[in-house]
Ligand binder design. Structure first.
Ligand code: 3PG
Length: 409
């Protein structure tokens, strides 16, 4: 990795720092409330605390969810949670780069913390571009003149070439925050040569990521087994011509995931022994868990977790592994009825003798809730970014920091 600058390379006293963190947290779809604050805590207790203590004016840029999704909520509650974690006031303005936001930044004193509106409220934020293109947007052009330095701490979103991730680096001195620094150091070491047998447990809702990583780790002989669960697992079952039933198929269609079925089918054909799918599942029958075998499908109820047989089969494979990567929960962990699969799989991983690497916002939240942090080899805040990193891809957010460091030297 090329050199990047860190918080040690800049004098923050009385300087305005734009700090991009990843506060993206699991949200209760009914109430819109934060379910787990682990990411807020991680950034809060490290980078944000250090900057405030160094006398910097700390302006937080963060996203939550994606527009149109139930977890796309304002950051006001994140600011409150942060204030509780740091035991100091944290101001929130419901504006990103308009007069209200700019006025609030100008009024700040050293040591104060301000959270701006969800960066994804700016429609252009998620449009891809080069750092130079992103630096010309109204968002960057409005805020950069008020800042002295850009701190990039959102490793978990560094795989996105979004405006707030790469647009400030061409214009401002840019350094990595402590979470970014820690992730890059630790992951670099952890991934040098994973010991075999190596098992990847892929769940969660981002099934496109699951397909890409499965293909990469199998084609490159990195993983000996890929165990599938979560929404990603449903898609693998569909690729085996299993009819999941109307509500489940409609869900996959709504999320535009069916287009990945063909790719998964080809992969399963190539590695029938290495890819494992669930032999049984838990369905939601009016709020209650009921387990059915795959032979009993289709079902008119939503599938929400892997079943007990699957847990047992997966556990046998995990116990023999020397390296284990977990990305994404295997069921709807937020719902008590459907937490069993994720809980039991994570417990087996925690007790295994192998080195375990756990990543993803929801997965890390589950690990924390279960109190298993100390028993995991390494916990990454990142999900998608971790996957890109595991595949040896360059992360635009990291490249932007490397370029900024080169300009400085
Ligand atoms: C994540 O949770 O993986 C990051 O916050 C990125 O979120 P995104 O996939 O919506 O860009």
């Amino acid at each position: 990795m090329t050199k990047i600058l860190t918080l040690d390379d800049f004098d923050f006293k009385d300087k305005t720092a734009l700090v991009r963190v990843d506060f993206n947290s699991p949200i209760d779809p009914q109430t819109g409330k934060i379910l787990e604050d682990v990411r807020i805590r991680m950034h809060g207790e490290t980078t944000i605390k250090e900057l405030a203590e160094k006398g910097s004016k700390v302006v937080i840029l963060a996203h939550q969810g994606r527009p149109g999704e139930p977890d796309f909520v304002p950051l006001e509650q994140h600011a409150k949670v942060l204030s509780g974690i740091l035991d100091r006031p944290v101001k929130y303005v419901d504006d990103l780069f308009g007069e209200e936001a700019k006025g609030a930044i100008r009024e700040m004193k050293g040591g104060e913390i301000l959270v701006l509106q969800n960066v994804r409220s700016y429609p252009r934020e998620r449009e891809k571009g080069t750092p130079e293109e992103q630096s010309k947007t109204e968002f960057v052009q409005s805020l950069a003149p008020l800042a002295d330095v850009y701190v990039s701490d959102a490793f978990a979103a560094a795989h996105r070439a979004h405006v707030s991730i790469i647009g400030f680096a061409p214009l401002l001195p840019s350094v990595a925050g402590r979470i970014m620094e820690r992730e890059l150091n630790a992951l670099g070491k952890a991934l040098e040569s994973p010991e075999k047998p190596c098992v990847y447990i892929l769940g969660g809702a981002k099934a496109d990521d699951a397909l890409r990583i499965s293909k990469y780790v199998l084609d490159n002989n990195i993983a000996d087994y890929v165990l599938t669960g979560g929404v990603a697992g449903h898609l693998f079952l569909v690729a085996m011509d299993i009819n999941l039933g109307k509500p489940n198929i409609e869900f996959l269609q709504k999320k535009k995931l069916m287009e990945f079925v063909q790719g998964i089918r080809e992969l399963i054909k190539k590695y029938p022994e290495k890819i494992k799918t669930a032999p049984d599942l838990a369905i939601d029958v009016n709020g209650n868990r009921r387990e059915i075998s795959v032979e009993e499908l289709p079902t008119n109820y939503p599938i929400c977790d892997i079943g007990t047989n699957t847990i047992q089969q997966y556990a046998e494979i995990i116990k023999k592994a020397k390296s284990i990567v977990v990305s994404g929960p295997v069921g709807i962990f937020e719902n008590k009825e459907f937490a069993k699969g994720t809980k039991m799989i994570l417990e087996v991983v925690a007790d295994s003798q192998g080195f375990s690497l756990v990543g993803g916002g929801h997965t890390v939240a589950a690990v924390e809730q279960l109190g298993l942090e100390q028993k995991m080899g390494y916990i990454s805040t990142a999900g998608g970014a971790l996957i890109e990193f595991l595949m040896g891809e360059e992360l635009p957010g990291v490249v932007a920091l490397e370029e900024a460091a080169k300009r400085k030297s």
